[in-house]
Design a protein around this ligand. Sequence first.
Ligand code: ASP
Length: 354
Amino acid sequence: MVQNTQRDQRRAADFVKRYNPPRIFGDFKWKHVVTVEQFERADLDILFKVATSLRRRVASHDPDVSQLARGYLMASLFFEASTRTDLSFQAAMRRLGGEVITPSGGVQFSSVYKGENLADTVRAAACYADVIALRHPERGASYEAAYYLDTLRGRITRQTVVLSGGDGIGEHPTQALLDLFTILDQKQSLDNLTITLVGDLKHGRTVHSLAKLIARFENARTRVNLVSPESLKMPREIVAYLNVRKVATIETDRLTDVIGKTDVIYWTRVQEERFENPTEYDAIADAFIMTPDLLAQAQDDAILMHPLPRKHEMGTPSDHDLLDEDTRSVYFAQMENGMFVRMALLALVLGLEV
Ligand code: ASP
């Protein structure tokens, strides 16, 4: 992970207030994507329709898919560890026929090593690439990137957009899009569903974005259980965001009260890297462990999701194996969907004919 200073953190966080992300309103072309708040229900319908079609076309080896993004380049800038987001963005771009550039050896061997700031690093990438997939440890970093990319418009030969691949403890918009796509794929609609988000709801950016997306379905009578230890509760503004949009929420640390009445169980890892004090982490690290015995208490038609990576919050490696065998565990399908949703997003922001 790239070391960040408190000054950098404050600077990035300021951009959340300073930069107003463009609403999609049916037109994705050349729009940065930094928060799920940019998406209306109709935008989600467009995105998921394209993702479903690309999934079908990839499965049938449609040769035209790999011609769609020919001539386009994506720069992959990951300032923080990643397996799925990085690989799936890269795979998405390549499957569309586009190409990917990334600093040889990762960003730690780019000029970041010499102390270059984010504003200059993203603008360097924009001089070469059409789209930037950015992951960064600071909340607001993608807003900062979007702001500085806009300063280049008209001054270089192309318009480059940034797609956030996760901003510190802020948001992870593309993860939430693929999570929602997976829920709709499995359950057809959010109507009357009970969704239980479990674990580190304070630092988990995926649950921040997913909760906001669920709030888009105002009249669906979706219920959201927020299960966490007291010290890792969902930020107040996100609970308020849900409640203002009439999504019923229950906050509890008693999973056993809700697990048997849940349609979607969304498990998360305690984000060890976000804790300043290791003893605070140790105190709650084992608060919620998913095991085959616990899953046995869930409904037969419930689904178990996890953004991954997983550690001990899904028990031992042999628990992992047993959980994986359970047909209610959909986290591998969720992961694969990530590539199709990112293909769709890339195609739409680049304005490709899909
Ligand atoms: N991969 C997800 C993220 O980047 C979840 C996690 O790391 O626990 O936020």
